[in-house]
Design a protein around this ligand. Structure first.
Ligand SMILES: [Zn+2]
Length: 448
């Protein structure tokens, strides 16, 4: 019997009490709502596309059951997960006492999650695609003044995911969900580093859920691309469990590391936002995961336990120098302020760096083999994504090799969370690793 199942995760979760995943689950939205919220009035929140896909059905079904249901709140097609939209929705919801039923995927869920929280109300989400793990996650990635931020807010009280609806969504959506889930392997590796260096301890209650359940869910990419219902169920379960681990930990750390920084930077700089549909979160995370795995391969080949600590401390830049470098690499005025703030928030001075590197020297022999066991070769990451029908090459998403190369340096600067990128910066190995990756015979250079 599999352990650390969805039911186990739900027992540990703090916000979500009910998850209904299965064929024809749409028919059970009203009964799940009643279980969670009794006779409360409801309001469906969707966008023009998701209202047609499932929102209208949910709205009609709840009305037919005799529930008080307000006029649905329908955003125009493809709204952005931006603060302006949270404010619009919060204002509309504040005129009622109704519990929101979010019908959609990433953006709709994030908008409803944050707006409901600001009104101190729970909500229910009906998933329309297996495209990311945010349904059951704590927090919402929202763009505030052009910068992608992870805003705190509880996860939904309940989730309904109809496997027939998920399987009927465009194939790129499942490929996106697969990419988001693949990123959990590098995110987990980043947490192992932060734990070993005394920066952020691994939560041993959460950790087992990040292992076997994800490997199980990632095991059949080709079946997923072929539309196999069993593979869809596995992906949906993996994504729901991932969200629940973020909920248990009340931070995205269990599911978001360097691969998400790549994705968020690309998104903030507009990569694919004007495509129709816009380039999805999980597609960028998938590519970011390949990039992070390739960096790991380089680092794991190094004897970091032989590092010259005194030389590293002597070469270590001061805060003013670090800030100047961020300003040089972020000419965009919308991004530079927060990038400086986030980078300096994790800056350590020379003595603290020396202490950290001493920890690394001790930990490296064990950590290195544990990281190797956690990860897979970057080429295998790429193959799994390809089998799932996801882009695996920067050119497929409109990114040049030079832009990808720059991202290795710049992604480290957009969030204070400690990842493999920080390890590479602090050991002074980032530039050499990246040069090797983009050399003519390097992992990326050979694909140019
Ligand atoms: Zn994600």
């Amino acid at each position: 019997m599999a352990d650390h199942t969805l039911e186990d995760a739900l027992r540990e979760a703090t916000d979500t009490v009910r998850v209904e995943v299965g064929p024809r689950a749409l028919e059970r939205v009203e009964s799940v709502f009643r279980e969670c919220f009794g006779d409360s009035p409801a309001i469906v929140v969707a966008d023009a596309v998701t209202f047609d896909v499932a929102g209208r059905t949910v709205d009609e079904q709840m009305r037919a059951a005799g529930r008080s249901v307000l006029e649905p709140y329908v955003f125009p097609a493809q709204p952005h997960a931006a603060l302006e939209n949270v404010e619009l929705l919060r204002t509309a919801l504040s005129r009622t006492e109704a519990i929101a039923v979010a019908v959609g995927s990433g953006t709709i869920n994030d908008l409803v999650k944050r707006a409901s929280h600001e009104l101190d109300r729970p909500y229910l989400v009906v998933a329309t695609a297996a495209s990311m793990d945010g349904y059951t996650a704590f927090g919402a990635p929202i763009t505030v003044d052009g910068f992608k931020k992870s805003l705190s807010c509880p996860a939904p009280r309940a989730l309904v995911a109809d496997l027939d609806v998920l399987a009927a969504a465009p194939p790129a959506m499942a490929a996106s969900g697969y990419g988001d889930l693949l990123g959990k392997l590098t995110a987990g590796a980043d947490w192992m580093i932060a734990d070993a260096l005394g920066i952020e301890a691994i939560d041993r209650r959460v950790w087992p859920f990040l292992q076997e359940p994800f490997r199980r869910a990632l095991g059949r990419p080709a079946s997923l691309a072929a539309g196999d219902p069993g593979a869809f169920a596995g992906l949906a379960e993996g994504l729901v469990i991932s969200g629940l681990t973020i909920q248990m930990y009340a931070s995205s750390r269990p599911g978001s590391g360097a691969e998400h920084l790549f994705s968020h930077l690309w998104e903030m700089e507009g990569l694919g936002v004007h495509e129709s549909p816009p380039l999805s979160h999980g597609i960028k995370v998938g590519l970011g995961s390949v990039a992070a795995a390739a960096l790991y391969e380089q680092l794991l080949a190094l004897d970091l336990d032989a590092i010259d600590i005194d030389a590293r401390v002597a070469a270590w830049p001061g805060e003013a120098e670090v800030e100047a470098r961020v300003r040089e690499l972020f000419p965009n005025p919308a991004l530079v302020g927060t990038a400086v703030e986030q980078t300096l928030a994790k800056y350590v001075d020379g003595p603290a760096l020396a202490e950290r590197l001493r920890l690394l020297v001790q930990a490296w022999p064990t950590l290195r083999s544990e990281l190797a066991a956690q990860l897979l070769p970057a080429a295998q990451f790429q193959q799994m994504l390809r089998d799932a029908g996801a882009p695996t090459h920067p050119g497929e998403v409109g990114l040049s090799m030079a832009q990808l190369q720059d991202t290795y340096t710049r992604a480290q600067m957009i969030r204070s969370r400690y990842t493999v990128l920080d390890l590479a910066v602090e050991t002074g190995t980032l530039d050499a690793c990246v040069d090797r990756l983009f050399a003519p015979d390097g992992f990326w250079g050979a694909q140019a």
